[in-house]
Design a protein around this ligand. Structure first.
Ligand code: ASP
Length: 422
């Protein structure tokens, strides 16, 4: 059986069984199986993937940038990647905000201030610890790249990427000089070493994927078992609004761009990406999905590696269309819940901040929650409202992560399809 079929079955089985057994969550033997058997399986799988994210991101970016730099194409590719990222994030947030204004999902809800859960306090602390935008810009340049690598999965991925890009440019410049002297010889040893590091990481991904169906079952079962169908049923209207927006972005905007600008049949493209979507949905992490999307981009979509490696690695942290949409919808939804009438100027502020926050969100589960609090606070929406969202966030995180990763692949296809490219 194909991997994506196994993953889909594991996903459905996990939700169904977990929800069925949720009423017995107090039974010691069931709780023991969940904690001591299923949780470790899920964690071992996730950690196997997380373990290679840093070496993989670094080697993929340095080699990708080196190859682009040698082809003198780096500014073009980087520029087009940024332009498409901003374009797709803007359409995504706009779709979400139009939907939330039309459907008014929060209009019928009442939230008492006492609903603030302790989870909100943690988020509030995170949001308070977040820096002003000027500092965020400064800190994109790491003082110590090793420290960024150590904290990469705690939100320091972007500075590490900046280092890798600058390092890749440097390697291509040095090699360019040597190539001119040495009549365009082989790639430098450093590049070949990094390529082998990348290949070894890929090998580990394939190893981990053998465990994927069992792990997906374990992770999803535990979510449904612990939180019950409540995770999937509460706040249905709000959830429907976010999901509708994500679907329009995925099957409307992405499909239209693939068809017109990348000249690829969208359905075939989506079919080739099925495994990636399922995997992103199950793990709720763009960073964890990166190795698989790199593989699919090269093997199934046949995108040029020097472009797809660059676009996908940068995109896994910097391009979060689904997250940007989610942030915009959530803040407006909370404003409705609290009966706040946001002016057009405030809504535009939410839109711009959501786009920027989407770019700055770490590609890890729940990475956007502190960002939502920052955007909410900026227009006077009480941060306590997050208590409402936390109950359904896991499911929405799964959905938006699938769209985030899908957006990365679409941008890679768009950038690769530059007119005149062989
Ligand atoms: N989980 C998302 C991702 O990894 C980030 C977020 O929206 O929280 O892409």
């Amino acid at each position: 059986m194909k991997l994506h079929n196994k993953l889909a079955i594991a996903l459905l089985l996990g939700i169904a069984l977990g929800a069925m057994l949720h009423p017995y969550a107090g039974a010691p033997w069931l709780a023991a199986i969940s904690t001591h058997v299923l949780r470790p399986i899920g964690q071992i799988f996730l950690r196997t993937i997380f373990m290679i994210v840093v070496p993989m991101v670094f080697s993929a970016l340095v080699v990708g940038v080196y190859q682009l730099g040698r082809g003198h194409d780096l500014p073009g590719v980087a520029g087009r990647t940024l332009a498409f990222t901003l374009l797709l994030s803007s359409t995504s947030v706009a779709i979400g905000m139009i939907l939330v204004n039309v459907l008014q999902p929060g209009a019928g809800l009442q939230l008492s201030a006492g609903d603030a859960a302790s989870g909100v306090d943690v988020l509030r602390a995170n949001a308070a610890a977040a820096q002003p935008l000027s500092d965020i810009l400064i800190q994109l340049i790491p003082r110590n790249p090793l420290e960024s690598a150590v904290r990469a999965l705690d939100g320091e991925m972007l500075p590490l990427m900046v280092f890798a890009v600058i390092f890749g440019v440097a390697v291509s410049q040095i090699a360019g000089g040597q190539g001119a002297r040495g009549q365009g010889g082989e790639d430098p040893v450093l590049v070949r070493v990094l390529e082998q590091i990348f290949d070894a990481c890929m090998w580990i991904v394939h190893l981990a994927m053998r465990l994927a169906p069992v792990a997906v079952f374990a992770i999803v079962f535990n979510t449904a078992f612990t939180f019950g169908t409540g995770v999937f049923a509460t706040l249905l209207f709000y959830v429907v609004t976010v999901v509708a927006g994500l679907l329009i972005q995925q099957f409307g905007v992405y499909a239209a761009l693939l068809w017109t600008a990348a000249r690829r049949p969208p359905l075939e493209f989506f079919r080739n990406c099925r495994e990636v979507y399922l995997y992103a949905f199950s793990t709720a992490s763009s960073n964890a999905t990166l190795p698989l999307s790199l593989d699919v981009a090269e093997r199934k979509l046949r995108l040029p590696p020097q472009i797809s490696r660059f676009v996908l690695t940068v995109g896994s942290t910097a391009n979060q269309n689904g997250t940007a949409l989610f942030e915009g919808v959530t803040v407006l939804f909370l404003a409705q819940v609290y009966g706040l009438d946001l002016t057009l100027a405030q809504q535009i502020r939410v839109m711009v901040m959501s786009i920027v926050a989407g770019i700055g969100t770490a590609g890890v589960p729940g990475g956007s929650l502190p960002m939502v609090m920052i955007v909410a606070q900026s227009v006077g929406v009480p941060a306590e409202g997050m208590a409402l969202i936390l109950g359904v966030d896991r499911f929405l995180d799964m959905c938006r992560t699938a769209v985030n990763v899908s957006g990365d692949l679409v941008i890679a296809a768009l950038v690769s399809a530059r007119p005149g490219r062989a």
